[in-house]
Write a protein that binds this ligand. Structure first.
Ligand code: XBP
Ligand code: MG
Length: 258
């Protein structure tokens, strides 16, 4: 099963392609709570704790069960979650349409290079599909939706990250084996998911995930790097490179798939 050629790159979205959590999803959740008269405000610190659970609907239920309890919530809160989440998605996509959240350093450059070199691309995320469409459309342009052969997102699999199902779904849809791909993640739940699916994984950390356990990652970076903005290597061997490019990806892939 080893010694395969690198064929495809599979990207997580939130935290990896863009820093969406603190100033995007969190803000949209709060706007939905306001809209529905719910007496919650998820501040930056609390939201960090809530990120233990992936998926917005799951996160709201976790907030009740493990963090804030049900005081002052409507009696039918659990039934209201899907509707509340739909409002959150509306607020989030509206926010993205203003161009409020850019891609992280190196993301567009790496995607363009990978396309030029003929690598296949996919997305594997727990977020709602509309959110992926909005992010790609308002950063790379509407055409970019077609650059990704598979956009595996949201409730398409019942078990979200850290389960490996969403990566397995993407691999199946592309008819590829894990050793023919690399995964790009930013969080502990993300790498647990990609590793569960057997994928060699590269990490770019962010403010919420910088202290996460990334055991087994092929490389841990602060970002993907640009020609005028070299990355910092936090773990692993970048072979003297200062930004993530296809040559480095090939080296990492061959080192980890022999
Ligand atoms: C992303 C998430 C998502 C978003 C919210 O995790 O956890 O839940 O925060 O999205 P990952 P929805 O980057 O590991 O995929 O509200 O649309 O569920
Ligand atoms: Mg992520």
């Amino acid at each position: 099963m080893k010694n395969s050629t690198l064929k495809a790159l599979i990207f997580d979205v939130d935290g990896t392609l863009a820093d969406t959590e603190r100033d995007g999803h969190r803000v949209a959740f709060n706007a939905a709570f306001d809209e529905y008269g719910i007496d919650w405000h998820w501040d930056v610190e609390l939201y960090g704790k809530l990120l233990a659970v992936t998926g917005g609907k799951e996160r709201m239920r976790y907030c009740v069960s493990d963090l804030l309890g049900s005081d002052n919530l409507p009696e039918n809160f659990d039934d209201l979650v899907p509707e509340l989440h739909a409002a959150k998605t509306r607020h989030y996509t509206e926010l993205l349409s203003t161009g409020a959240i850019p891609l992280r350093p190196g993301v567009e450059r790496l995607i363009n290079e990978a396309r030029d070199k003929g690598y296949r691309l996919a997305i594997s995320t727990t977020t709602t599909p509309e959110n992926v469409t909005a992010l790609l459309t308002h950063t790379l342009g509407a055409d970019s939706l077609d650059w990704f052969e598979v956009i595996a997102a949201g409730d398409i699999v019942p078990a979200k990250k850290p389960a490996g199902d969403i990566y397995v779904f993407a691999l199946k849809a592309m008819d590829l084996k894990p050793e023919q791909c690399l995964a790009f993640e930013d969080s502990r739940n993300g790498i647990l998911s990609s590793q569960d699916a057997g994928l060699t994984t590269l990490i770019t950390i962010n403010g919420y995930t910088q202290d996460d356990d990334f055991s087994g990652a092929a490389l841990v970076l602060d970002n993907m790097g640009e020609p005028d903005q070299p990355f910092n290597v936090l773990a692993g061997d970048a072979d003297g490179h200062s930004m993530l490019d296809c040559e480095l990806l090939e080296k990492i892939h061959s080192t980890h798939n022999i």
